[in-house]
Design a protein around this ligand. Structure first.
Ligand SMILES: *Cc1c(COP(=O)(O)O)cnc(C)c1O
Length: 403
């Protein structure tokens, strides 16, 4: 019979909830219950020989917190287990993760194909920054498999997309697009923030690299910025690792500690938030003043079949459009008491934002029209409050729209 210890040595076989509580824990000689925060820049060696061995990679210990730190390592191992990836690396922010995942892999002369429905800063990296260094990019409608095919060039090396996208919750078929990418020798990088690792497993559908803004559901309580990149051993050791070590977008041990503790409760939070979001989406869809509701878990989502195939839940993000354009959307936001006006998401607090004047202001009216971001559209991130209180707040907001 397996002893307790034997069973405890197989964290890869634990259910996600168990991995997120116990996975990656490194207990110090004091035997602390909760993971320790190692706020240190450097590490002390027992001898000159040990220092030499560390720098030759012959001794597995830590050297300097830009390269690695025990608290950050615990966070990395915990997300790695959850995602079922070979390797994981933490970064200072979600954008540092996206930037490093893309730029560490490419060089001048390469070409990116990307869905155009992207978080504003992701779009900047693909559309503006990469081309400045000789990496061309083509932005397409990610929902259309033919558009991916047509955009491919002989030098295409990387596909990038978010699914569901921000804020219109457009989906990309991860399996189909990954198959196409692999046929032409390109890798697929997926920004999985909106779905969360609880509701969608891009690697299992064929993607090569997954990126997260840990700022969102992983922290889950609106405190720290952070990010993560997950992929194969080959990708991380031959591309990502050196880029991160030498350019320094490192996650601080403090933030890693907050994220590590956030991971413990993420399944409970995401499940509760998604259950409330599904009910809120249904409620909104029946209200006067609401033009349309977009929610991945609703049968009227334009890609409902795909949502069912590649996601295990509808998530906690809702987009909806109200009558009266910008004036209607502003009236609703200004009448809210409980739901806060904030462009963040994945928080315990419900947050609402008007993409046309905030997150998607900079891309301009033409790009917004292309993405279906109307002046009356609002993006709602459902928190952990009671459904009844959120509905009362939204109903007061909708009454203001019709006034
Ligand atoms: C927030 C977000 C990012 C950027 O993350 P930061 O932690 O703010 O840098 C990237 N992609 C998506 C989809 C996001 O929602």
């Amino acid at each position: 019979m397996a002893s307790k210890k034997d069973r405890a040595t197989k964290p890869a076989e634990w259910a996600p909830e168990t991995q997120l509580v116990h996975g990656g824990a490194l207990r110090s000689q004091f035997g602390e219950t909760s993971e320790a925060m190692f706020l240190t820049q450097g590490f002390v060696y027992d001898s000159a020989e040990q220092a030499e061995a560390r720098f030759k990679n012959e001794d597995p210990g830590f050297q300097y917190s830009r390269f690695g730190n025990p608290t950050v390592a615990m966070f990395e191992e915990r997300v790695r287990l959850l995602e079922g990836a070979e390797e994981a690396r933490a970064t200072a922010t979600g954008m540092a993760a996206v930037n490093a995942a893309i730029l560490s892999y490419l060089k001048a002369g390469d070409h990116i194909v990307s869905a155009r429905a992207l978080f504003g800063a992701c779009r900047y990296i693909v559309e503006t920054l990469a081309p400045r260094y000789g990496i061309a990019s083509t932005l397409i409608d990610g929902r259309d498999l033919n558009a991916w095919k047509k955009a491919v060039r002989p030098n295409t090396k990387l596909f990038f997309f978010e699914t569901p996208s921000n804020p219109t919750l457009e989906l990309v078929d991860i399996a189909a697009v990954s198959k196409l990418a692999h046929e032409i020798g390109a890798i697929v990088v997926v920004d999985n923030v909106f779905a969360t690792p609880m509701l969608q497993r891009p690697l299992a559908h064929g993607a090569d690299v997954v990126v997260y803004s840990a700022t969102k559901h992983i922290d889950g309580q609106g405190r720290c910025l952070g990010g993560a990149v997950l992929g194969s051993k080959d990708y991380v050791t031959n591309h990502l690792q050196e880029y991160l070590r030498q350019t320094g977008p490192t996650m601080s041990p403090f933030n890693a500690w907050v994220m590590l503790k956030g991971l413990e409760t993420m399944p409970v939070r995401v499940r509760a938030q998604s259950a409330t979001a599904a009910k809120i989406a249904d409620h909104l869809a029946g209200q006067p003043g609401v033009v349309r509701v977009l929610y991945c878990g609703r049968a009227d989502h334009p890609q409902a079949d795909l949502a069912r195939r590649q996601m295990t839940g509808g998530g906690q993000m809702i987009a909806f459009e109200v009558e009266g354009g910008k004036a209607g959307a502003f009236a609703l936001q200004n009448a809210l008491c409980l739901i806060k006006i904030s462009n963040n998401l994945g928080d315990a607090k419900s947050l609402i934002t008007h993409p046309a004047t905030t997150t998607h202001y900079k891309i301009g009216p033409q790009a917004r029209a292309e993405l279906g971001i109307g002046d009356g559209m609002l993006r709602l991130s459902i928190g952990l409050e009671a459904f009844e209180d959120l509905v009362a707040d939204l109903d007061a907001g909708l009454a203001a729209v019709r006034r």
